[in-house]
Write a protein that binds this ligand. Structure first.
Ligand code: ADP
Ligand code: ADP
Length: 219
């Protein structure tokens, strides 16, 4: 469960996120849609406790989420996969995360397999990865602690059509097992097949939100 209440973030005088409220329920995928610069990343960073809000609040489960530097077991987060330029291999990155989270390192090959990265890919350095591979590794990191909530910022960027189809299945399955997913994109086609609900943001403000079928029937 994610609850966002009247979140606002100003940079200088300019509101990047302006009085945004929505909830994400267990068992559902919420598509967070809006053009580039609309405020999606800033909202997600505030939910994760990485950016302090100017006002308003966000809670994940029953407590505000403030543990991002040390990826939590309750929330899996993928923000800006393109920023991963580690000189370590994918397997090393996952192993370090597993140690930090107190997870058995035998989970690492399983995690790679789960996101479609083979053993050869796991032995390559992350800075040599394509964006699609970074997205897959980011998703493996997000899933590592077996979290109940996933917060994913533009995870389809850089994935090929087959990768997008694969991720859709994984997220649908995650939600059908009771998980909560918040999934951002600037493209309706990347979220419409998997989302149950849509939250649409433009220039920092919520433009529309509700059941996907109802919203799309109105438009
Ligand atoms: P989106 O994720 O929808 O592309 P962002 O949340 O990244 O949008 O950005 C929303 C607005 O806030 C944009 O105008 C962006 O330039 C601005 N912004 C984001 N981060 C900062 C920052 N650290 N300092 C100043 N402006 C920022
Ligand atoms: P995204 O594509 O994920 O929405 P952006 O490209 O908007 O991200 O921003 C990338 C990074 O730069 C983020 O950390 C954001 O906070 C920061 N940023 C974005 N716009 C500005 C800005 N106008 N001034 C300062 N930092 C910014």
């Amino acid at each position: 469960m994610i609850t966002v209440e009247r979140l606002t973030k100003r940079y200088g005088g300019h509101p990047a996120v302006d009085d945004v409220s929505f909830t994400c329920e267990p068992g559902t995928v919420t598509g967070f849609l809006g053009p580039n610069g609309a405020g999606k990343s800033t909202t997600m960073r505030m939910i994760c406790g990485l950016t302090p809000p100017t006002s308003g609040s966000a809670t994940v489960g029953s407590t505000p989420y403030r543990r991002l530097g040390n990826p939590g077991r309750h929330v899996g987060v993928l923000l800006d996969a393109s920023a991963q330029h580690s000189g370590r291999t994918g397997r090393e990155v996952l192993s370090l995360a597993a140690i930090t989270m107190g997870i058995d390192k035998r989970e690492v090959p399983k995690a790679l397999d789960r996101v479609g990265l083979n053993a050869t890919a796991g032995k390559r350095r992350v800075r040599a990865y394509s964006l699609g591979m970074r997205q897959r590794l980011g998703l493996a990191l997000a899933l590592l602690g077996d979290p109940a909530v996933l917060i994913l910022d533009e995870p389809a960027n850089g994935l090929d059509p087959e990768g997008i189809y694969w991720m859709r299945g994984l997220l649908r399955d995650f939600a059908d097992r009771g998980g909560t997913v918040l999934l951002s994109s600037h493209l309706l086609r990347e979220v419409e097949a998997v989302a149950d609900r849509l939250v649409v943001i433009g220039a920092g403000k919520i433009v529309a939100q509700g059941d996907k079928a109802e919203l799309l029937a109105q438009s």
